[in-house]
Every structure is written in structure tokens, then in C-alpha cells.
Design a protein around this ligand. Sequence first.
Ligand code: NDP
Length: 263
Amino acid sequence: MKHFTIFGDPVSHSRSPLMHNYVFKALDISACYSRTRLQDGSQLRDVFFAKALSGANVTVPHKEAAYAQCDEVRGIAKAIKAVNTLVLEKGKLIGYNTDADGFMSAIQSFGEIKNALILGAGGTARALAIALRNGEISPTILNRSRGRLEYFLSEGLECFDWDDFTARPYDLIINTTSAGLSDNELPLPRPLLMELLAQAKGAIDVIYGKETPYLREVKVSGLPYKDGSDMLLEQGVLANHLFMDGEVPIDNIRSAMKQSFSL
Ligand code: NDP
């Protein structure tokens, strides 16, 4: 039996074990998926091999540490410099980032999007900024402080902190901050958010499973919107497809994993 896990801290809230185990059971695959709380990210590689894992997902705050410990990084993860999926291949640890492609699938339903404003500048914002740029959607990053903008500047992306930003029209407003995750905060001052929503075509929050203060404001604005559930599903489908080495049809994985969302 193959063994998979999700590394994170905290990790108790993660829906990944439910999603992947549901797929394994529904498709009669001999595998199981657990969660592993890991405080020291530098131990990730050692723990991966000690547990004899076939693959893993990585969540907050270890995605950059995982990137640094891979033998090889493939695809868009190379530009993002963060990894959320690990696969053991011929004894080597191979890293991927399925958050980026998962997000791009999730925003298909908004129709044609030319530009987007990303609120926040953490690991998720990096993945989305690179994915949007690859998809020919122009990203702008807005963060409350300057420190984390360094990466985006080095990628030649347009970015601002709250002090040097002036609102202008963006088709899609994306919340990647953790504001609203375990508090009651908005990701940016309310008057500025209102001005941005008034000019947008749609809005998305990558947080899932709860209505954040941001999504409440979006709802009132009447814009098309979604939370992070579709992104969560799609990143999971892509990760599972990698875990199965592409041998299980992706549509079968998606329809099984989707059912786990109704549990
Ligand atoms: P990070 O910790 O790397 O980054 C957090 C960002 O949020 C920083 O830019 C920080 O700003 C900003 N921030 C935090 N609190 C506030 C606040 N009160 N007001 C304004 N800005 C704030 O987090 P990640 O990028 O790894 O994850 C972000 C979110 O994305 C999490 O909620 C996570 O659950 C979700 N996520 C969802 C996925 C899905 O599949 N749906 C996949 C991956 C992540 P500063 O730099 O100033 O500190």
C-alpha cells in the first residue's frame, strides 16, 4: 500500500486527507493519506524518507522549505520557488506546484479576464501571480507592507503597498491574505476595497469553508464571486494525478474527489 501525507503547521484543519482518501476508496486504489504536523520545515525531507512516503502535499508554512529540499523541481514551481506537491520518483524527491494551475482552472467560470489585483504577497500570491502572467492575465500585487514585495519586484511585476497605491479598474480582485481566516478582518481598508469592487467584474477569496468579511462585502456588491473551494478541488485533482503517475484518468479523479466535498 502506498502512503501519502500532508505536511503543515497547523494541519489539523486540512481537508486534503478526506479528499485523497475518498478518491483512493472510490477508485479502489491501494493507498492511504494522513496528516503530519511538522514544526521545523528543514526536517521535511528526512521525515518524508523516514515515513517511506510515495508522495505528499505541503501547506503553510513549509512550501518554500519543500522547494529547497527537492532533488528536482518541475514546471511552474521553478518560477514560483514554492512546492505544494512532492512525488517520489526512482528514489528522488520531485517537487511540483499544483496551486497555480488549480487556481487557473477555478477562474475559468469568470469568463474573459484581462487583468487582476492580488491582495497579499505570501506564497499563494506568488503562485497566482506567475500563473496569471503565464495565462496572459496581467497581475498587480497589493500588500499591506513592503517586505514581501521583493520577490514580485525581482520578477518584474507591478506591485504596491497600501501607502503608494491608488485604485483603478481591475477585472478580478483576488484575496490571498489570511485576513478573515481566524479573525474578522478585511484584507485592506474598507473604503479602498469598496472603490475596487465598484470597478471589478468578479472577485475570489482563496480561503475556503467559511464566509470571510471580504466575501461578505463582495456579496453585497453584487459581483460574481467564489471562495477557495474550486481551487482546493483542482489543486487536489492535479496532485492526485501526479501521485498516481498519470495512470488514473484525471476526470475519474475529479468526479470522485468532488463527491468528498459533500461530506
Ligand atoms: P502567507 O502567510 O505566506 O501570506 C499571508 C499574506 O497575508 C501576507 O502578504 C500578509 O501581509 C497578508 N496578511 C495577513 N493578515 C493580514 C491582514 N489582517 N490584513 C492584510 N493583509 C494580511 O500565506 P499563504 O499565501 O501561504 O496563504 C494565504 C491563504 O491562502 C491562507 O488562508 C490559505 O489557507 C489559503 N490557501 C488556499 C488554497 C486553496 O486551495 N483554496 C491553497 C493555498 C492557500 P504581510 O506581508 O504584511 O504580513
